[in-house]
Design a protein around this ligand. Structure first.
Ligand code: ZN
Ligand code: FE
Length: 255
């Protein structure tokens, strides 16, 4: 089965994503950063909004829901753990839940850490995942509500998806993430090559997304806390992976 996926910039550095199933005419917006931006994208594609799939409760992901719902009557699906914080929610989902979106089956994975109820939507038949603010290209979300151990476990779940899974993330932070990644792994050749691609994409005003799980496993320091060379560089040889992850996150927070 094939889905059409449309990625577009929203607000300052957010991304909106529309997922369209031509067979059924169903169109889902992944989060709703801004009603005007989502509406413009729908008009551009000629698609009618039927669903909003919410990853987490932050305003830059839910701010457009009520307006879009009032206009289209779309169904709002979101994380059970944050139901009271998500305006207009119709259906809650949790770890292991599955639901259909037109001809596609969607799997729900709980990926807490950035927020406690954060979820990721995976469509295995289309080899695609919508990771919100959990996994970014070359980075990961800030840990606002959870613990480093929790966030690390969430990222390991995503790391276990098939390598060719395309990953859509909530923000365009790739260039600054990459500069930080190079500080952690200056000699990672795959990372060096990827940074050249990212620099030219950004210079041309193009998105660096989607990424893939395989690309992240090779270059994203937050998915590489188990790599002995990284542990050694951080002076953490023998430390548990999640502690190394926590140290990398801490360094990134300091800028
Ligand atoms: Zn967020
Ligand atoms: Fe966000």
């Amino acid at each position: 089965m094939s889905l059409d996926i449309h990625l577009f910039p929203c607000l300052d550095d957010n991304y909106g994503v529309l997922v369209h199933d031509p067979a059924s005419g169903i169109t889902a917006s992944i989060d709703a950063p801004d009603a005007d931006d989502v509406r413009d994208a729908l008009e551009e594609k000629g698609w009618k909004l039927t669903h909003i799939l919410v990853t987490h409760h932050h305003h830059d992901h839910v701010g457009g829901i009520l307006e879009l719902k009032a206009e289209t009557g779309c169904r709002v699906i979101g994380p059970k753990g944050e139901a009271t914080k998500i305006p207009g929610i119709d259906q809650t989902v949790a770890e292991g839940d599955k639901f259909t979106l037109g001809s596609a089956e969607v799997d729900v994975i709980e990926t807490p850490g950035h927020t406690l109820g954060h979820i990721t939507y995976v469509i295995p038949s289309a080899k695609v995942a919508f990771a919100g603010d959990t996994l970014f290209a070359l980075g990961c979300g800030r840990i606002f509500e959870g613990t480093p151990e929790m966030m690390h476990a969430s990222l390991r779940k995503l790391a276990a998806l098939p390598g060719d899974t395309a990953v859509y993330c909530g923000h365009e932070y790739t260039l600054s993430n990459g500069k930080f990644a190079l500080r952690i792994e200056p000699e990672n050749a795959a990372l060096q090559m990827r940074m050249k691609e990212i620099e030219s994409l950004r210079a041309a005003g193009k998105p660096t997304l989607p990424t893939t799980i395989a690309a992240e496993l090779a270059t994203n320091p937050f998915l590489r806390a188990h790599v002995p060379a990284i542990k050694e560089r951080l002076g953490m040889t023998g430390a548990p992976d999640w502690q190394v992850f926590a140290e990398i996150r801490e360094r990134k927070n300091k800028g």
